[in-house]
Ligand binder design. Structure first.
Ligand SMILES: Nc1ncnc2c1ncn2[C@@H]1O[C@H](COP(=O)(O)OP(=O)(O)O)[C@@H](O)[C@H]1O
Ligand SMILES: [Mg+2]
Length: 254
């Protein structure tokens, strides 16, 4: 059996579509028969948990228990549209402080995932929008990184900081961490500036990893998450689905 690919969706900026891509790529990976997919919500805001139709405040399980109290990984008892979920809740916001003196705290998620690796082909980790401990914990647990980049010059600048964080994680806690690729998101092809940014992303980052075709800006993403479903179940003919499927297919080859 192939080893489990653990893919962290990481970018320290908020609103770049990490959670949206985690949900949608998770869904497309799980469409393949026999491919078992787990998504892990590592954001105290619990957006992934919400996008998947659950209310973080009403659940009695949270990834917090695994991270802070070293309990077994709390997987929600039913698959949601074929995808298994480890939910998060606001308690996770206190984890960084509570773990401040803990030994090997960077390894908390890696250790929590170890006993379930045989159960899944893919584990996608939805990182919080920060460079703090929860992101470091996520990157330490991952085999690969998928980086959404918003097609604006400002967010492109943040990539340097992102790359230096990845370099530090490789140096200290996870030498084998690899890039699965970059995904330009919320692309509005009508503005010349955005198409320039996409070209810049492609020319500067393609030496590091695959730069996928951009995911276009579309209100349908917000509509789908409001309905608590992946885009494909909201509008099965939406043009962005081709790219989501392409990313999923590429991840299968990792
Ligand atoms: N391609 C897109 N076009 C338009 N809106 C999008 C797109 N992708 C995501 N969104 C919306 O943008 C908001 C932020 O996305 P989200 O996935 O939560 O980002 P992050 O997890 O990086 O903070 C959400 O409301 C989401 O529905
Ligand atoms: Mg998010």
């Amino acid at each position: 059996m192939a080893t489990t690919r653990i893919i962290a969706l990481f970018n320290q900026s908020g609103g770049v579509a990490k959670t949206t891509l985690t949900q949608n790529i998770g869904y497309h990976l799980a469409q393949k028969k026999k491919t078992r997919v787990l998504v892990v919500d590592m954001d105290p805001q619990g957006s992934l948990t919400t996008f998947m139709g659950l209310e973080p405040d009403e659940l009695d399980i949270s990834v917090y228990d695994a991270i802070v109290n070293s309990k077994p990984l709390p997987v929600y008892p039913e698959a949601i549209n074929g995808v298994w979920l480890v939910p998060a809740d606001i308690n996770l916001a206190a984890a960084e402080l509570q773990l401040s003196g803990a030994i090997s705290r960077e390894y908390r998620l890696r250790n929590a995932l170890a006993p379930v690796l045989d159960d899944y082909d893919f584990i996608l980790i939805d990182c919080p929008p920060s460079l703090g401990l929860l992101s470091i914990i996520s990157l330490t647990a991952a085999t690969h990184l998928l980086v959404p980049i918003q097609c604006q010059f400002k967010s492109f600048k943040g990539t340097e900081l992102l790359l230096s964080t990845v370099a530090q994680v490789r140096q200290h806690t996870n030498p084998n961490l690899q890039f699965a690729g970059f995904v330009p998101t919320m692309y509005d092809g009508r503005t010349a500036q955005e198409s320039r940014t996409v070209k810049a992303v492609q020319s500067q980052l393609s030496s590091i990893a695959t730069v996928f075709p951009p995911v276009t800006k579309s209100i349908a993403f917000a509509d789908a998450s409001e309905r608590r479903v992946p885009l494909s179940l909201f509008d099965k003919n939406h043009p962005a689905i081709t790219i989501l499927k392409q990313i999923a297919r590429d991840l299968e080859k990792l």
